[in-house]
Design a protein around this ligand. Structure first.
Ligand SMILES: *Cc1c(COP(=O)(O)O)cnc(C)c1O
Length: 237
């Protein structure tokens, strides 16, 4: 399949999932995760209209970022909007903040503090998703759901960090339907926290759903889906 055909097919599947759940397709945004593909393929994806690109490691993203965004501030017109979706080491914050517009993996206060300091130096604030480990798998990063409220209260000390939503990863399931409880739980957590926390008024978005399970995630309220394999493909090294 060509890139155009893959994009068309994913858009149709998103539209169908929105229809099934009474949602508007324009409320669901796609991130093209380019971590498995070359610079040329990432450029093709961008040129085909995929303006939001996601990477999970700065070391691997660097070449693509430099080529496509050329050293200036991220999110200018005519350049990709970059999403950092992988776990972020504190010592990489200086590389990533200012280049990646969105951080999807805020999972600890020490990281919030580092992002805040770097953001203050740059005179920006950084929209962040708080990663929550809903499935309870030990291998997954993220706060425990019951830690979220206190975490949000403490984030108020770091105004360079702007919490805009929650992110989770579901375990891989051979039947995507089996991921539904994880996505539903993240949505319920967002709804609860917005109703009860003084610091949650901007906590609107849900970053959830990958190639295997994005349709279920959309039915459960995803506003950002992170798609690698099914959208831009996977190339061998
Ligand atoms: C790799 C990755 C994705 C995309 O994976 P696919 O299954 O190829 O769509 C999404 N989110 C995160 C956090 C990832 O690391």
């Amino acid at each position: 399949m060509s890139m155009q055909e893959r994009i068309r097919s994913v858009e149709e599947r998103i539209a169908a999932a929105c229809d099934r759940s009474g949602r508007k397709a324009e409320d669901v945004h796609m991130i093209a995760v380019t971590k498995y593909v070359s610079l040329d393929t990432a450029r093709e994806a961008f040129n085909c209209g995929l303006s939001n690109l996601g990477e999970n490691r700065w070391q691997d993203a660097q070449e693509k970022w430099l080529a496509l965004s050329g050293g200036e501030q991220a999110s200018n017109d005519g350049k990709p909007v970059w999403h950092f979706i992988g776990s972020l080491q504190t010592n990489k914050v200086k590389d990533v903040i200012g280049k990646f517009t969105y951080i999807h993996s805020l999972d600890r206060l020490s990281l919030a503090e580092a992002i805040h300091k770097r953001a203050a130096q740059l005179g920006i604030n950084v929209p962040c998703f708080i990663q929550v480990n809903v499935s309870g798998e030990e291998s997954k990063h993220g706060l425990q759901p019951e830690e979220l409220s206190a975490f949000l209260d403490k984030l108020a000390d770091f105004p360079g960090v702007r919490p805009i939503g929650l992110m989770t990863m579901a375990p891989y399931e051979s039947k995507p339907e089996d991921t539904r409880p994880v996505f539903r739980a993240l949505r319920q957590l967002r709804d609860e926290i917005r109703a009860t926390s003084a610091h949650a008024e901007d906590l609107i978005h849900l970053s959830m759903g990958m190639s295997n399970d994005f349709e279920v995630a959309i039915e459960e309220g995803a506003t950002w889906v992170r798609l690698g394999t099914t959208l831009v493909g996977k190339e061998e090294e």
